[in-house]
Design a protein around this ligand. Structure first.
Ligand SMILES: [Zn+2]
Length: 242
């Protein structure tokens, strides 16, 4: 399996690597800084550069068969052959926006749970700094959206540190925060379990890339509140420009 560098350090923008396999879906590297789409976060785009060539990577996904990270090459581009030494470089501005958005969503889920006891039922983000999150709430209103927005921004502005850690499975299964956020749904073979802890706001098992501190998120607007069913209410958020 390739070494997944962004799981440990989301701020790496490039790395040297060797092409180990060429699959129908995409290229496999021995190590990579590219994030493979998952957990609501889009896959990275960027470039592979080698002596005498370069190609665009238009998406990064995980193999359904073995979980390997696959770099999807622009259909019109020529891919490097196995054994080629490459530099793998992500589109950093796009990725950093995903990191800010992802941390904003986790903070939002923590704020809504702490304030109203509502659990998250789903969520997703796109590449332009907007995202949605669904909550197990009986009702939702614009006033509620404004209240959440106010509390969320107040907490984000406090410059709260965001920690990445790897917990032994048994330990993760004993943590009330992680139980609440359904750590039990993680496949049996995953051990240790990666945990994102926004100190005092939200803690959950997660594979995504996040900023180091909530101040890097900036301000968030709740742009829409809507009902998506009896106990399923949706909030749409948008990150303000920094
Ligand atoms: Zn997440």
């Amino acid at each position: 399996m390739s070494d997944d560098l962004c799981a440990h350090d989301g701020y790496l923008t490039s790395c040297d690597a060797i092409v180990t396999d060429l699959r129908e879906v995409g290229i496999v590297l021995d190590r990579t800084v590219f994030y493979a789409r998952g957990g609501g976060q889009p896959g990275d785009t960027g470039e592979l550069i080698w002596e005498g060539g370069r190609c665009r990577i238009v998406d990064t996904v995980k193999s359904r068969e073995d979980g390997e990270i696959l770099h999807v090459v622009d259909p019109g581009a020529e891919a490097p052959i196995a054994g080629t030494a490459v530099t793998a470089e992500i589109d950093w501005d796009r990725r950093f926006l995903h990191m800010r958005t992802h941390t904003a969503l986790h903070a939002l889920s923590g704020i809504v749970f702490t304030g109203w006891g509502a659990k998250v039922t789903g969520g997703n983000m796109d590449s332009s700094g907007t995202a949605r999150m669904d909550f197990e709430l009986d009702g939702i209103s614009q006033e509620f959206g404004r209240e959440v927005e106010e509390r969320l921004n107040a907490r984000l502005a406090e410059d709260v540190p965001v920690h990445v850690s790897f917990l032994p499975r048994a330990e993760a299964f004993a943590d009330p925060d992680l139980i609440r956020t359904k750590v039990s749904l993680i496949p049996d073979h995953v051990d240790p379990i990666r945990v994102i802890d926004i100190e005092g706001i939200d803690k959950q098992a997660d594979g995504g890339t996040h900023v180091r501190s909530t101040s890097e998120v900036g301000r968030v607007r709740v742009v829409k509140t809507e009902s998506k069913g009896k106990a399923n209410k949706r909030m749409r958020i948008e990150l303000e420009e920094r």
